[in-house]
Design a protein around this ligand. Structure first.
Ligand SMILES: Nc1ncnc2c1ncn2[C@@H]1O[C@H](COP(=O)(O)OP(=O)(O)OP(=O)(O)O)[C@@H](O)[C@H]1O
Length: 291
């Protein structure tokens, strides 16, 4: 379990901002930090990893303190059991794939984990490749393998997939989930992409101006009503088509068929032939002249 209470004054564009957060993560949680640019998401990851010192608070992993302002405890990044991957791959350009992964192991000589990661991340054929010759997605696979080679408990991901195109991003999401499960990690991901968040996370911490304002499941965050559901129609389900993480309902309303996208588990109980109520959420009505 990771427990932390972090406080620090940051200099935001509009002036000073107090980052003041208090949260706890259970083992094997997959948590997303979600919020506007400048809300403090990266600062939280930097504090957890020992790259930025909080002014007050503590960070505790099980019974080990990584940081405790009151007792002057502040472990170096290397001594915290973390792996980090940033958006810019931060690999060593003068080393090949294998050397990048093995570099972190100089002290430990744990070849088994390194070899397991090379297999899991499907890097076998790229072992001797220079970093510059790799695609963005391949570089992030190397970065993920390198982050985990010392078997950390906590994986910190600062928008690692945001520079990748859609199909590469979808593939990398699978790799991240595979790593999360295989190594029983606690993972914190910064992401702005609702589809990615719904697919990956168990829990979302919403950050606004340095404070956590909501801790919820992804579905409840992204299906929150933005306006009252004034527009409501009843209809019959003609078809339900299951996609990767969502289901699409085809509903007959009057003489029209409308398609509605929902998270799979949210409408798991709905089947073809059911009568349903369709109500608008963030409704943006379109008006078309008919007469
Ligand atoms: N070491 C620091 N000292 C003081 N202020 C800082 C420091 N690092 C970052 N800040 C400021 O803190 C604010 C929050 O930055 P942070 O990078 O944590 O936000 P973010 O939510 O990750 O944003 P983005 O989504 O754009 O990456 C910013 O206004 C930034 O300028």
């Amino acid at each position: 379990m990771i427990e932390c209470k972090l406080k620090k004054e940051l200099s935001a564009a509009e002036g000073k901002m107090i980052l003041d957060v208090d949260f706890r993560l259970n083992d094997e949680d997959f948590v997303v930090l979600y919020g506007k640019s400048g809300a403090g998401k990266t600062s939280i990851l930097r504090m957890l990893s020992g790259l930025l010192d909080p002014q007050d608070g503590y960070i505790k992993q099980d019974s080990n303190f990584w940081f405790d302002a009151a007792r002057n405890i502040n472990l170096s990044t290397q001594k915290r059991e973390i792996g980090i991957v940033f958006q810019d791959y931060a690999l060593f350009p003068n080393m090949n794939v294998e050397e990048n992964i093995y570099f972190a192991l100089r002290q430990k000589k744990d070849r088994t984990t390194a070899e397991d990661l090379i297999e899991l991340m499907e890097l076998e054929n790229l072992r001797k490749q220079e970093i510059q010759q790799l695609s963005g997605g391949q570089q992030q696979r190397v970065a993920l393998a390198r982050a985990l080679v010392r078997k950390p408990k906590l994986l910190l991901l600062d928008e690692p997939l945001s520079a990748l195109d859609h199909s590469m991003r979808t593939k990398l999401q699978e790799y991240v989930l595979k790593l999360h499960k295989t190594y029983k990690l606690t993972t914190i991901l910064i992401s702005h992409d609702p589809a990615e968040i719904i697919k990956m996370a168990d829990k979302v911490l919403v950050l606004e101006n340095g404070k956590i304002t909501k801790t919820r499941t992804p579905i409840s965050i992204f299906s929150e009503s933005k306006l009252s559901g004034k527009f409501q129609f009843t209809g019959e389900v003609l078809a339900k088509i299951d996609e990767e993480v969502v289901s699409i309902l085809h509903v007959l309303i009057g003489n029209n068929v409308i398609k509605s996208v929902s998270a799979k588990d949210e409408i798991a109980h709905i089947k073809k032939g059911d009568k349903v109520l369709v109500a608008s959420k963030a409704f943006n009505p379109i008006v078309t002249k008919i007469k």
